[in-house]
Design a protein around this ligand. Sequence first.
Ligand code: AMP
Length: 139
Amino acid sequence: MTAYDDQNIFAKILRGEIPSFKVYEDDDTLCFMDIMPRTDGHCLVIPKTPCRNVLDATDAQLASVMATVKKVANAAKAAFEADGITLQQFNETAGGQEVFHLHFHIHPRHTGVAMRAPGQMGDMDAIKRHAEAIAAALD
Ligand code: AMP
């Protein structure tokens, strides 16, 4: 398997080298907003320690990330009065992964509303408001 590259964009966010809209963090994980949101409230959960994806993550990394996914997913569902939540997670280029630091996408979903196409930059003011709304709905 290819080695972890600490110059990936999420590693830079973890080091504070580039900005992000933080939703939540604990000792082991960070949640921040996706800047090309495919749904309102689209956010990402990552471990603070390095791994490319599920294939090389330790069980401890996966456990801490999934605990945060559950916590934030419930908050996002409440904040957006969503009908459901879609999780996405991609592994290696052939699996659709573009940023090679493990991450789970959280999407609040409303019945009958499709996800937007990928790769479209979002409105930063709206993304900031959405981060604040999810953070305010956390336990
Ligand atoms: P993937 O690796 O396919 O799960 O996709 C990476 C995701 O990271 C995409 O949804 C991008 O919109 C998102 N992304 C890329 N750069 C940033 C960034 N600087 N801040 C937040 N999200 C980002």
